[in-house]
Ligand binder design. Structure first.
Ligand code: NAP
Length: 484
């Protein structure tokens, strides 16, 4: 384990370029999910510190928004380079607070940094329009301007990438920010702030507060100077924040829960489908919003698919994310996650599902769940309706394409869906009919900075990454000019 991570273990919040404690000096402990040992403490802040962070962001907005996109891009590229230079230390810190295997943490640092590079470049391409006039004396122009102070609230499952996906377009567009990371994984966010400071990003441009989520959220939503809220997290909290932002009519980006279906058709390449479904299911111990939650397998390939999945699930290694040789599955984020998963598994079994492998807490520790395979499930079970958010793969048998599509679409959320088939006509038909923001065909891994990530229905609003991602941080202004 690289000890360099201690350089980045910042145990203070970052407001207006200052590292600071909570006004009441209270702190919150952060524990390692592997063995529940203490990683460190962070300030337990609330409304007053959040207001000060908004003050700082509002003050910094004046000069940051006036910089050219090229100058802002230079700051962002410097930040990007520093993140990559220090990726081993940052990844170690992430594994300590989040639990994911180190290789996945390194991958997330690289993935997170890629958004900074992408949006540094995209920020230079946010041109406006000149619209053909309808009157001799008038000219119609459209310019784009930074929306203003942006608040970001981020989750624990991707503590770096969920933050850079928001900071990079916001800062590139000329906005300033107040960020509240999850209290479970605040150190990755603070490490990013330390590197932003090193990169010379001016004080007040990026502020990080943490502590009482409700108190901080209330101020971020209620303060009229905050013109946009960008949130990644659960659908329930997303709905709450949506309502809370109504009073000041903020622009919203909401990246909420998913319940990803996988459609494996008879004509799929079996080996590829199994390998890709395993990746889509078990990455981050099953704790991603795009994890394969409902695996629908057509009857002609069903038995072979289940047999191959059984072997693959049994071969997954569990342990400390920092161990050598590396493991594939780390601990879950907390015991509440274990309790939720066990309840879903128990309810499915009580309604007739069969556990082929696993189905219980792992002897390795109280935050480990044995990778699990369940068959004979049906879509009425809670395990089909809820996000499992853990290492449990559930397989359903289907007969026809129409049936699989109906089942896939029968949930209120619509983030990502997967389809495995060799038939190009089916690829089109299914992709068009799936009510999801993302359809991934014959691959389990699709995320990158250049493409639009986001959902439909109750999975949220807006897109992150891609050329569309920066538009969420810009206002459109129409200028009508009389030239006489
Ligand atoms: P969560 O409970 O909704 O928490 C997300 C963030 O909201 C955390 O920072 C949390 O703070 C904060 N929060 C909680 N209550 C709040 C309140 N009343 N006001 C303001 N902020 C509040 O979600 P999670 O359990 O961390 O993350 C898992 C969920 O995120 C899953 O549903 C997953 O699908 C979703 N997710 C979606 C995407 C996507 O791109 N669509 C990506 C990743 C995850 P504390 O942690 O400090 O309490």
């Amino acid at each position: 384990m690289t000890r360099d991570y201690q350089t980045f273990l910042k145990q203070q919040a970052y407001i207006d370029g200052q590292w600071c404690l909570a006004d009441n000096a209270q702190v919150l402990p952060v524990y390692n999910p592997f063995d529940q040992s203490l990683v460190g403490h962070v300030p337990n802040m609330g409304g007053s510190e959040t207001t000060r962070a908004i003050d700082a962001a509002a003050a910094a907005l004046v000069s940051w928004s006036k910089l050219t996109a090229l100058v802002r891009a230079d700051y962002l590229l410097k930040w990007h380079d520093l993140i990559l230079t220090n990726k081993a230390a940052l990844a170690t810190l992430m594994t300590l607070e989040q639990g994911k295997p180190l290789a996945e943490a390194v991958g997330e640092i690289e993935f997170g940094a890629s958004f900074i590079r992408w949006f540094a470049e995209e920020g230079r391409r946010t041109g406006g329009d000149i619209i053909p006039t309808e009157k001799d004396n008038l000219r119609y122009l459209v310019i784009k301007q930074p929306i203003g102070v942006v608040a970001a609230i981020t989750p624990w499952n991707f503590p770096t990438a969920m933050l850079t996906r928001k900071c990079a377009p916001a800062l590139a567009a000329g906005c300033t920010m107040v960020i509240k990371p999850s209290e479970l994984t605040p150190f990755s966010a603070l490490a990013l702030a330390a590197l932003a400071e090193q990169a010379g990003i001016p004080k007040g441009v990026l502020n990080i507060v943490m502590g009482d989520a409700k108190a901080i959220g209330d101020v971020l939503c209620g303060d009229a100077r905050v013109r946009k809220l960008t949130f990644t997290g659960s659908t329930n909290i997303g709905k709450l924040l949506y309502r809370q932002c109504a009073g000041t009519v903020k622009k919203l980006s909401l990246e909420l829960g998913g319940n990803a279906p996988v459609l494996v058709f008879d004509d799929a390449d079996l080996d590829k489908a199994v390998a890709q479904v395993m990746a889509a299911k078990f990455r981050n111990s099953g704790q991603t919003c795009v994890c394969a939650n409902r695996i629908f397998v057509q009857t002609g390939i069903y038995d072979r698919f289940v047999a191959a999945m059984t072997v693959a699930v049994q071969n997954l290694s569990l342990g400390n994310g920092l161990s050598v040789p590396p493991v594939l599955i780390g601990p879950l984020i907390n015991e509440a996650a274990i309790t939720k998963i066990q309840a879903l598994v128990d309810q499915a079994v009580s309604k007739g599902a069969t556990v082929v492998y696993g189905g219980h807490v792992d002897p390795l520790g109280r935050q480990f769940y044995t990778p699990t395979l369940i068959v004979n499930a049906d879509v009425s079970m809670d395990i089909a309706q809820d996000e499992i958010f853990g290492p449990v793969a559930v397989i359903y048998r289907f007969e026809t394409e129409a049936q699989a599509i109906t089942w896939a679409n029968s949930v209120p959320v619509g983030l990502a869906a997967y389809c495995f088939t060799a038939n190009i006509g089916r690829t089109w038909r299914v992709s068009e009919q799936l009510a999801f923001g993302i359809v991934s065909v014959n691959t389990g891994l699709f995320s990158n900075a250049t493409t639009p990530f986001g959902g439909v229905k109750e999975s949220g609003l807006g897109r992150e990454g891609s050329k569309y991602g920066i538009e969420d941080y810009l206002d459109i202004k129409y200028i009508c000019l009389d030239i006489n």
